[in-house]
Design a protein around this ligand. Structure first.
Ligand code: BDR
Ligand code: CA
Length: 324
């Protein structure tokens, strides 16, 4: 077997049904070394997203990864949570135990600073919620920037939005934070709705989670069943898109996501478009590219990767006869 060094990552998240799958993928794939998890207010309040991160990691049997709560509101303005999509707990659907593990006694931004400073090699930040914590890290501790390998974030879109006609939830929730990250000069990868809407948790995918025959498999199936009901009610989608784990997949296997380097700006003032990502795919402006923008996804490979990770963390008996 080929030897490889697992890539160090920090996940900054707001679980969230799809964030939960992102955490399981990061915990279960041997090509990543999960250094820490930080939480941010977004899909639900900070208290709830932090509790949910702890619940998912406990379910996955991950005990040695610190979890720290970060910012409880966007840099500017008030927080509007996505209760219509993720429910009042932020992870409605499955019957989940309350966490036994404690949240770290340090702010999420400080945990990131320490983990990046202490890592033997540059760290990849994967952000699956509003970019508040990441922006604050770059502003307060610019000395960490040479030690950040890349920021891969789920957010934005090359076309339409899901929170406003042109704005995606994570960016609309904290446009100033996204602006800081995209202007930072660090390598960034944008995983937007234009690709995440291809990764649908179909009935067959939910059945495949059930077939794993593990507690985690059942929880994933229940999460996706709830997510399907809200996506159907709110957006009329037949199957829900699982946005966040694609950002993790892009770090594990970059060939799974096709990207193009493009200038991306965040609209901060538009009357109808605040929080929209303005992606200059056809290079019609003089701006230099500041992001690798996802434009394509190998959907089957993505689901194989996710199923394998969920099987690993769940301790399933062996490969199933379905998609995994
Ligand atoms: C993003 O918003 C949240 O609801 C999801 O967790 C995802 O990060 C999709 O727009
Ligand atoms: Ca999220």
């Amino acid at each position: 077997m080929r030897e490889f060094a697992a890539r160090p990552v920090i996940i900054d998240c707001d679980p969230g049904h799809d964030d939960a799958l992102a955490l399981l993928l990061a915990a279960g794939d041997p090509r990543l070394r999960l250094l820490g998890v930080t939480t941010v207010a977004g899909n639900q309040t900070l208290e709830k997203t932090t509790r949910n991160a702890l619940r998912i990691l406990a379910l996955a049997g991950v005990a040695d990864v610190p979890v720290a709560a970060g910012c409880d509101r966007p840099l500017v303005g008030d927080l509007t949570v996505a209760e219509d999509i993720h429910g009042s707990s932020g992870l409605d659907g499955p019957d989940l135990d309350m966490p036994v593990a404690e949240v770290a006694d340090v702010h999420g931004v400080e945990l990131m600073r320490r983990l990046i400073g202490g890592a033997a090699e540059p760290v990849t930040l994967v952000a699956t919620g509003p970019l508040t914590n990441v922006a604050l890290l770059l502003r307060r501790h610019p000395e960490v920037m040479p030690r950040v390998r890349r920021i891969v974030f789920m957010g934005g879109s090359t076309d339409r939005g899901n929170t406003t006609p042109y704005g995606e939830f994570n960016i609309v929730t904290d446009p100033e934070a996204a602006d800081i990250v995209l202007r930072s000069g660090l390598p960034t990868t944008m995983i937007g709705l234009n690709v995440t809407h291809q990764a649908l948790a179909t009935t067959e995918i939910i059945a495949e989670f059930h077939r794993l025959g593990t507690r985690i498999g059942t929880v994933c199936a229940d999460l996706m069943t709830f997510f399907a009901s809200t996506y159907h009610r709110v957006f009329g989608f037949e199957h829900p898109p699982v946005h966040d784990p694609i950002a993790v997949a892009a770090v594990i296997d970059p060939s799974m996501v096709r990207t193009v380097a493009a200038p991306v700006a965040v609209e901060l003032t538009g009357t109808y478009t605040r929080g929209a990502t303005v992606v200059d795919l056809h290079r019609r402006t003089a701006r230099a590219p500041n992001a690798d923008v996802a434009v394509g996804l190998d959907v089957d490979a993505f689901w194989r990767l996710l199923m394998a990770a969920v099987r690993t963390v769940g301790g399933a008996p062996g490969p199933s006869n379905g998609l995994g």
